[in-house]
Design a protein around this ligand. Structure first.
Ligand SMILES: Cc1ncc(COP(=O)(O)O)c(C=O)c1O
Length: 384
């Protein structure tokens, strides 16, 4: 590889272009940038795409997860099961609601919650479970739901990694009671930052519209139509009430404009990611030290993450860095962070296996040339 030109390969890159710019131009021309009609349109199109009765746009999956738990008003100190290997937001949502996270060990192959450990850790004060479809690999939801139903647990799916994915022909995010999605800049599709709550249980989630908007019971953009309308001869057109302690968690029209364009490309972006993963898998199939991170099943897939496992993880990271190839690690088990140290950390598998994880470049605009460059660097390391 020494005589080859050195490339710089990014880890993630949003795929944005003319379609997003065109939608943004419309927002600028209307000069309504905040929570407005495009958020409603995006919510409607998202509900149709996902097959859910109702969707609520927010400014992140972190906010979505926070509010999804808020919807239940669980007694303070109740427990919520979360996987040990996930991003912090899955568990900070629990803490924001003054609830207690119970960390469940992961299955060593799929990296999603080990359902035996989950069942073992359920106690009478346990109210909910948040399965995470890590990297886009689906949790076996029919089995998880069976356990959750037997113990009357609410099920909130953390779909930050799997927008557009299916499990057994049904959309991820529609298996549980509530699905929470991320449109953060690196994710399967993006709105810069952004998120979506979706559910078939309108009575449960509709109150969250006020919670995402400082507790205000009416959207300003709808009220504002009456400010100058002679048909609304009501001097109190400005009136609204705040009955709940809400947050400034709303999505806005700038985000929604980008999201509407991205949604049209989502299936293509997921298909392209699957194609790249297929190329990676083929490239490393004969490696002895480097194995795929997940048991990738690429039909109808919505994988967001491609990674490998390697016992010499740090040496491989440095080797790739030398070649200009960006890497990451998803994720350090949460109980290893100081914030979560006080919670039970009986997660022996997670603590062991995370040390072998390396995330590799994956995004729709990654070229075959770049993928082959990464593969060659992996093979070179493997043959040492
Ligand atoms: C599993 C998981 N859940 C939730 C989040 C939070 O998403 P957001 O950045 O949209 O708040 C992330 C972000 O990386 C994530 O990986």
């Amino acid at each position: 590889m020494a005589d080859k030109p050195r490339m710089q390969v990014r880890l993630f890159k949003p795929s944005v272009g003319e379609e997003e710019l065109e939608n943004l131009r419309g927002v600028f021309e209307r000069a309504w940038l905040g929570l407005g009609p495009l958020v409603s349109q995006f919510e409607k199109e998202w509900s149709e795409y996902i097959g859910a009765a109702c969707s609520i746009g927010v400014n992140s999956a972190t906010a979505a997860l926070h509010l999804a738990l808020t919807a239940y008003h669980f007694p303070r100190g109740s427990k919520v099961l979360v996987p040990a290997i996930t991003f912090a937001s899955t568990a900070t949502a629990v803490l924001y609601n003054e609830l207690v996270p119970v960390f469940v060990d992961v299955d060593p192959v799929t990296l999603s919650m080990d359902l035996t450990d989950m069942e073992r850790k359920i106690s009478s004060d346990c109210m909910a479970v948040i399965p995470v479809h890590l990297g886009g690999h689906p949790v076996p939801m029919e089995k998880l739901l069976e356990i959750a139903q037997a113990h009357r647990l609410a099920v909130i799916e953390d779909c930050a990694h799997c927008a557009g994915g299916f499990y057994k022909g049904k959309r991820l995010g529609t298996w549980g009671d509530i699905g929470c999605f991320s449109f953060e800049e690196k994710k399967s599709m993006t709105t810069g930052d952004g998120g979506m709550i979706c559910s078939d249980q309108k009575d449960l989630v509709e109150p969250l519209r006020a919670y995402r908007w400082i507790g205000i019971d009416k959207d300003t953009w709808k009220r504002s139509a009456g400010y100058t309308s002679p048909e609304v001869m009501d001097a109190r057109h400005w009136y609204y009430e705040i009955a709940v302690l809400g947050y400034k968690y709303n999505m806005n029209d700038v985000m929604a404009a980008i999201g509407l364009a991205q949604l049209k490309k989502l299936d293509w972006m997921n298909a392209r990611r699957a194609e790249i993963i297929r190329r990676y898998l083929d490239g490393i199939k004969d490696c002895r030290q480097i194995k795929p991170l997940l048991p990738y099943e690429l039909k109808n897939a919505a994988y967001w993450l491609f990674g490998v496992r390697c016992d010499q993880r740090d040496k491989l990271i440095l080797h790739l860095k030398q070649q200009g190839i960006a890497t990451g690690v998803h994720f350090l088990p949460l109980p290893l962070h100081p914030l979560f140290k006080e919670f039970d950390d009986a997660i022996p598998i997670s603590k062991k296996i995370w040390q072998t994880f390396i995330t590799l470049p994956l995004f729709p605009d990654l070229t075959d040339l770049e993928v082959d460059y990464v593969i060659e660097a992996l093979q070179e390391f493997d043959q040492r």
